[in-house]
Design a protein around this ligand. Structure first.
Ligand SMILES: [Fe+2]
Length: 286
């Protein structure tokens, strides 16, 4: 885990939670990368973080190496450089990166995320020393938790809305205990782009001299001790930050197609902040 302190943020800004670019896999969606860069450059005070699997990280000795998909990859350092050149034009707006399971494949011999962090000059770049699967970003007034993810989250329920909710609730249950004081908790890895807002029916009933009162509270920082607080797990935002790796492409078959999985959702999450408070988290398709 890595704690990143962010200071001097403007009063209004947006943060894109992105990840799973898998550069330079032959199925990397160039258009998605372009749309992401266009979004960052398209407005004032727009920032981004990346949630791992920046790199495909497959070398010819790996059992998953495939000559048709990975022939452009060459050395692992070339894969790092491909990510840097793809997103270098928005490097100054990058607030941080974590590692994914793909980077983990070679963590015993090579870590490329620290190189990217230093090249991009992200906040607290000196803290990027080892493999790091999660990061907590301490913004003024709120906190963002990013975790790459592991295993799979799927639902084969027939009803589309229930399938979507099953997926989001599985994600929530998996990550809600990892941190107690984060307003927004985001995973990568699962290659879907969706968001679960704070529960709108969080209803509290109290009484005031036998007059029943109803409250729909805003997310509260509930004190644990003088320094610590928690936010009720139903009062946080949860989301998955999508992907930039296509699953079904012309002329070949990816593992997504081989396993008959749903296509990767090309997208990211946009967190809107006003006056030190998160006002919205939404999906942006790429
Ligand atoms: Fe991934």
């Amino acid at each position: 885990m890595r704690n990143v302190k962010l200071v001097d943020m403007p009063s209004r800004y947006k943060v894109a939670a992105t990840g799973d670019q898998h550069i330079p896999h032959v199925d990397f969606a160039f258009g998605a990368g372009k749309n992401m860069r266009r979004w960052v450059k398209g407005g004032k005070n727009r920032y981004w973080v990346s949630n791992g699997d920046q790199s495909e990280a497959v070398a010819p000795t790996h059992k998953f190496f495939s000559v048709d998909k990975h022939s452009r990859m060459g050395r692992l350092s070339d894969q790092r450089d491909a990510f840097i050149s793809t997103f270098g034009s928005v490097a100054d707006k990058c607030l941080g990166l974590i590692d994914g399971n793909h980077e983990y494949r070679y963590h015993n011999i090579y870590l490329q995320t620290p190189d990217i962090a230093k090249e991009f000059n992200v906040p607290d770049a000196e803290k990027y020393n080892g493999y790091c699967a999660s990061a907590k970003y301490h913004f003024p007034g709120w906190k963002l938790w990013c975790w790459h993810g592991s295993g799979s989250i799927t639902s084969t329920t027939g009803e589309p809305l229930r399938r979507r909710l099953n997926r989001l609730l599985s994600l929530k249950r998996r990550i809600m205990y990892q941190q107690a004081d984060c307003d927004v908790m985001v995973a990568g890895h699962y290659h879907f782009a969706d968001v679960l807002p704070p529960s709108p029916d969080f209803l509290l009933v109290t009484d005031d001299d036998l007059n029943v009162q109803q409250h729909y509270p805003e997310p509260q920082k509930i004190p644990i001790d003088k320094k610590s607080y928690y936010i009720h797990h139903d009062q946080r935002w949860y989301g998955c930050s999508g992907s930039m790796l296509k699953g079904y492409v012309e002329g070949e078959s990816t593992y997504v197609e081989m396993k008959g999985l749903r296509p990767s959702e090309l997208g990211m999450l946009i967190i809107t902040v006003k006056d030190e408070k998160v006002t919205d988290v939404e999906v942006k398709r790429l």
